[in-house]
Ligand binder design. Sequence first.
Ligand SMILES: [Fe+2]
Length: 548
Amino acid sequence: MSAVTELPFETVIPQVESDATGEIAPLAANLRRSFGAPFSYWSRSTGELLHATLQPGSNDPLRGQLARAMVGREPQFIQDEDCLLVLAIPLRLSSGDGIVATAAFVTRPIAADENLVSAAQVLGLTEAKAAEWMSCQTVWSPEALHRLSVAVQAQIEAEIRSRKLEREVEKLSDNLATTYEEICLLHGVTQNLRISADEEHLCRLVLDWLLECLPAESIAVQLLPVAREGENTYKARTASTLLHSGGCPIDNQQFTELMAHLQLNAGCGPRVMNDRATAGWKFTGIRQLIVVSIAEGDRVFGWLAAFNHREGLEFGTVEASLLNSIGAMVGIHAGNRDLYREQSEFLASVVRALTSAIDAKDPYTCGHSDRVARVSVRLAKELGCDSAMLHTLYMAGLLHDIGKIGIDDAVLRKPGKLTDEEFDQIKQHPELGYRILADIRQFASVLPAVLHHHEQWDGRGYPFKLTGDQTPRIARIVAVADAYDAMSSDRPYRKGMDSAKVDEVLRKGAGQQWDPEVVAAFFAAREDIAAMSAQERANLTLDVQQWV
Ligand SMILES: [Fe+2]
């Protein structure tokens, strides 16, 4: 086999290299290794030379035209000059482009005085140079050449297919990884859509996750106010808040100005801006931008934005669509949460109205319900109750004596000792209270406290003479708070007991009148309870942060 660099002829080697995909170079190396000769490569559609080699005739446009005119997918001899064959092997690149590899081969030894005019024409050499070149070539039989070309063509095309499949697998696996991240993100958001979950907490989680998923320098959420300042609100936001992950290029005020500039509304879909050169654009820190609304129906609760592509590229539909999905989910959550807040507000109003009614009915004990509520919650905390139980206990404390609304004023406000008949009337207030609240579903958990807060541990209480833990725990807790406040508060007709006396009564009554465990909790939190009882409040609040 001859080494190309030692070719004993002069030829013009075209400076051609149209190997955009980088596939032709390894392919050329493969063919050269298999045949021991270099090939030239032509575009099958245009006949243009794509990759030149040190091969006689490699710059011959005619050979390109012959390659272009080839029929079928099989290797062929496109020129046959007695002792010289030009082999053409059609190949298909992974891009789908067809190319043809050509090379000249000698098919028998050349005699010293042989006429080589035709062969020299094919090779583009003088007769003498052609003789010189042909004399140092390997002699091939056409059959062997054809068989080898068919085998090599199959092997190369299999390799091309395999590389193409590898690239597709890589691409799919990249897509899969991105999709998986998106699914994880959406799953994470849905897992945190509990209606009681704090909105800002959810947004902070979303911001951190989105910053990992999206190629943005910063993700930000502006939450808009849902209530006016000074409104009697139940944990409602009264001013806009900007939360962000990554270095946000604008502050809350500028975010508001940006939204005014963009003139977005609830149903406008994602807004993508990759060109900041718009009229009146003053947000110089923003190069690229996606904004979506956090809305439910027509109501906008805030805006979710991604700022500045991390690689300086443009944001596209993939990023916008993910942000839009998250914005929609957070929007639905915000809407539900606001509805929940409104319901809670309404419930709080009902509770306030009912406690006002109790206070109006029995002004001597004004503030008693509020204190019992707070002391009950403090006892429950001491007993390790969960937040739902604390909430129920607060309501139970406020409403435990609601039945007194149905008792005669003369009996209720009687300063002196009650007769047996009068006391029998008073003893009806737990059942009366139960009946007043029984039809309000939201008060279902409070009913056991209303009905049983006068039961005693030893079974001598009323209305059902329940003993020990037959009495619901919530009622046993309210009973201690109720007794403590009743004993320690002043009345117009008597002074409240001093704390030592109150403690003595409670200690003696533990295991008789009251649940000993609750009394123990009382003494564990004694100082706190005395301090909070001394503190009167103008307004009742159902805000968990202000219970105790
Ligand atoms: Fe009572």
